[in-house]
Write a protein of this length. Structure first.
Lengths: 686, 172
């Protein structure tokens, strides 16, 4: 009953969004505000409808309705409540419903605001948002239906369908498969929603860009309107990526956080073009340059977002995420191709209107440095895209499957990322319009010297000789010094002028220029993450060995001793083998760790959970690889020593704080003027 | 008790022979030490699981991968070199077990195209930074800010376009 209701509501929503597209087109054709308002109403009505449908699905998940195929696939009786809710995005069909719900939410939020000033954008924004929404709803209704149920035909066959054939009876399995064990981790609960939030929010700037192209409003109005959306979209995408890294570190048992897996790269690519876009729009706002390039970037980001969703969902390039395989590949591919071609056609149509309003004539000006920033991001994107596509090309043309793995990506993108770090250090010192070596040189000297001193200290104290690591550490120190120096100079100047205390000066500075100081904080977050990356990528060591009880492994001065092992069943249907190991250094006991191996009976899948000891300096990461049931023989452990990894997660948090500062709404100047006027015209009423 | 000088010499020769025998016996009697897990992992790390997608052989948790790692251990114990073991896996399971496509045939594209693309990007950036000045003119690092004002609102946008039209007519 509820399944039919949920599906029916979804069909109504699909028809409603088709209507919305039609009404908007008609409204544009007839220049009729009434029709456009009707389209707007249709857009906003999709939200409560999809919410109802999603809620029905969640209720089905919570009440163990295993006759529904999706519920059977992702839940089981023994799962706790919160996991049953998050199972909504634990499978193909539910994920697509969730994606559609987010699309409807954001599009409705955008169409809620007052539209007096930019009325001509409205119908086109509605059209782009609804076209995207219709596509995803269509996928759900026609191809990946979460409400389809199990039926047994009179002939004894089991089928999955929405509407049963005549004479069929409902088939109700006693219990479900249960959520993939890899997904039962806090990071994995938040990672898909965060990524989807990021993906879907990028549709909004794209729809405004298309609206600008169609209506000929090719000034930077569309950028100013969507500035906050872009920043928030970028934030969610970044959080999603960092959560994914944390999940991989905690649960996949490689001792690492990034495997250059095609699906990881699929989520990274829109982030790369999105970050380039974030910087490049500032060039258009300040100097009126790069208008065509900004259009190209946002079109690219939109299609990469759909491509990213497609790669994760279609299993065309299977990977660790290969639990989602289906026939929606060609449909996605067609949609991406169509939108890309139409967007490019629109861009070519307005090509001449997007001419730049000047030139970049100073090599070291901020806009040229941002241009170099874009070059580096696009190069990394090109490398990633090529590496992801090539195995398909190889299989297509030579029949030979190949793997393009970490060595390729690391050696090509490493120098490019280093270049980006360098730019992060120089750009804050440069000015819009023009800059010179003399100008930069004056301000660069102190941070440069400071960073070299820091580097020397680090090199001698930590005995680092690897030149790549030295370069990396220097870049981190350099960017940190420049950023803090810039902030410090501004704070001191402000204090001299206003005589505030330090904290108040910091606060007011950031409040006055949120984008700049938010940006600086984000950059600090980035270099903290870079520090973690250098530590783990260049200095990770590992060892493996089989130990009897009481024996130890040695790694980098640490001693890891195997104390005991217990094997038992839990009440949520898994078998746990839990080892107790102690970590000590130079004879001093540091921590007791519990690496374990969980085996889920329902899905017959094992999961390794490492024992982790974390400090600012390094992580000790212990995995239980194997054990002999009769404890006489011993157990096999793998130990990783990961220096500086904690800085990655701390950097992620600083990242988020910085984006909040940058995105915090500034008081609306028009509202402030109104307030002042009202106060002036209202005489003493007290 | 030693009977005569001959017996002493015989005993000495025997003792010497035994001593020399111990010294010069090659240690071929002792087995090759079993390769440690670390040695196996060092090689497995450079290979990919032949059946699971994109999972390195040293971390793959399946039974099949455990057996493949044991296979590496056996081959190491038998004296095979790292390259020989890798070639064996490639011969058995195809080129996908390697972490990077071997440099031959179509695979050269993997290594050549990215640098070409990046160079193309560098050229584009160079063109933008030089503006539309003819090639060969030195770029002046110091130059006055551009004279065109920024459009502040849609009205100024029209003004700018009117100015541009007028300028075009003047030049015509």
């Amino acid at each position: 009953m509820l399944a039919n209701f949920g599906f029916g509501v979804l069909v109504i929503t699909f028809l409603l969004s088709l209507y919305g597209i039609g009404a908007a087109v008609w409204g544009i054709h007839r220049k009729s505000p009434t029709w456009v308002d009707s389209a707007r109403a249709a857009m906003m009505l999709t939200w409560p409808l999809i919410t109802l449908s999603a809620l029905s699905l969640i209720v089905l998940l919570l009440t163990n309705q295993f006759q529904v195929n999706f519920v059977y696939q992702v839940t089981s009786r023994s799962m706790p409540l919160y996991l049953k809710i998050t199972a909504l995005w634990g499978g193909q069909e539910g994920s697509l419903v969730f994606w559609s719900w987010l699309m409807s939410s954001f599009a409705s939020a955008v169409t809620l605001r007052k539209w007096e000033r930019d009325r001509e954008f409205l119908p086109w924004v509605i059209i782009v948002a609804l076209v995207t929404l219709t596509f995803f709803l269509g996928l759900v209704i026609f191809v990946e239906n979460p409400f389809a149920r199990y039926w047994q035909t009179p002939g004894g066959q089991t089928i999955i369908a929405m509407i049963p054939p005549a004479g069929a009876t409902a088939l109700i399995p006693p219990d479900g498969n249960g959520l993939n064990p890899l997904l039962r981790h806090p990071g994995m609960i938040a990672h898909p929603p965060m990524l989807y939030l990021g993906f879907v929010s990028f549709v909004i700037p794209y729809s405004f860009a298309i609206a600008a192209l169609v209506t000929g409003r090719t000034d930077d109005r569309w950028i100013r309107l969507t500035r906050r959306w872009t920043l928030v979209a970028w934030l969610f995408l970044s959080i999603g990526l960092v959560l994914g890294m944390r999940w991989a570190y905690d649960v996949l048992g490689w001792g690492g956080y990034w495997g250059w897996d095609p699906v990881e790269i699929a989520a990274l690519m829109p982030w790369l073009s999105g970050t380039a876009f974030l910087h490049s729009v500032m060039i258009q706002e300040k100097r009126g340059l790069m208008k065509r390039w900004n259009m190209i970037l946002i079109i690219l980001t939109y299609d990469l977002v759909i491509f990213g969703t497609f790669l994760t969902r279609s299993g065309v390039l299977s990977s660790v995420h290969a639990f989602a395989q289906s026939s929606i590949g060609p449909l996605f591919f067609g949609f991406i191709g169509l939108t890309f071609i139409i967007s490019l056609a629109l861009l070519l149509y307005r090509w001449n209107d997007l001419r730049s309003e000047g030139e970049m004539n100073s090599l070291l000006s901020r806009e040229s440095l941002f241009l170099l920033n874009n070059l580096l991001f696009m190069s990394i994107l090109a490398v990633c895209f090529w590496g992801v596509i090539y195995p398909l090309i190889s299989e297509l043309f030579t029949g030979q499957k190949v793997t393009v793995g970490p060595p390729f990506y690391q050696s090509t993108t490493g120098p490019l990322f280093a270049g980006l770090l360098l730019l992060m250090g120089i750009a804050p010192l440069s000015a819009w319009g023009h800059s010179s070596m003399k100008l930069l040189g004056r301000h660069i000297l102190k941070p440069l010297v400071f960073s070299l001193v820091l580097l020397a200290v680090a090199a001698f104290w930590l005995k680092v000789t690897l030149w790549a690591a030295l370069l990396g550490f220097w870049l981190v120190a350099f960017v940190g010094s420049v950023t803090l120096y810039e902030y410090g100079r501004a704070v001191l100047a402000r204090r001299r002028a206003t005589r505030e205390n330090l904290l108040a000066a910091l606060w007011h500075l950031a409040a006055r220029n949120r984008r700049r100081y938010g940006g600086y904080i984000i950059h600090l977050g980035v270099i903290m993450m870079a520090l973690g990356v250098i530590g783990i990528d260049m200095f990770q060591t590992q060892t493996q060995g089989t130990l009897k009880q009481g024996q130890s492994l040695q790694l980098d001065g640490y001693t890891i001793t195997y104390n005991s092992l217990a094997v038992f069943d839990t009440n949520d249907n898994r078998n746990v083998a839990r080892a107790v190991v102690s970590v000590s250094k130079d004879g001093r006991f540091l921590a007791e760790l519990h690496p374990r191996r969980d085996y889920y009976y329902e899905s017959q899948q094992p999961m390794t959970i490492p024992g982790l000891r974390t400090t600012l300096a390094d992580d000790i990461y212990v995995i239980l690889v194997d054990w002999q049931p009769i404890s006489a023989q011993g157990a096999t452990f793998k130990v990783y020593h990961n220096p500086l990894v904690l800085w990655m997660w701390l950097g992620g948090i600083v990242f988020i704080l910085g984006t909040l500062v940058a995105a915090w709404p500034e008081p609306d100047p028009e509202a402030a003027i109104e307030r002042v006027k009202r106060r002036a015209t209202a005489p003493a009423r007290a | 008790m030693l009977k005569s000088r001959r017996e002493i010499i015989a005993l000495a020769v025997l003792g010497l022979t035994l001593a020399l025998a111990f010294v010069f016996t090659p240690p071929v009697l002792a087995q090759q030490p079993t390769p440690s897990d670390d040695q196996v992992n060092a090689i497995a790390h450079q290979l990919y699981c032949p059946v699971c997608e994109n999972v390195p052989l040293d971390v793959c948790p399946t039974q099949a991968c455990a057996q493949w790692r044991e296979l590496i251990r056996e081959k190491l114990a038998a004296g095979w070199s790292e390259q020989q073991i890798k070639n064996y896996f490639v011969a058995q399971y195809g080129e996908r077990v390697l972490a990077a496509p071997p440099r031959r045939g179509l695979n050269w594209l993997v290594y050549i195209l990215p640098p070409l693309f990046i160079l193309g990007g560098v050229y584009l950036v160079y063109r933008v930074l030089r503006g539309s000045r003819p090639a060969g003119a030195a770029a002046t690092p110091l130059s006055p800010p551009p004279a065109t004002p920024q459009p502040l609102s849609p009205d100024d946008e029209y003004l700018r376009r009117v100015e541009e039209e007028l300028r075009k007519r003047e030049q015509a």
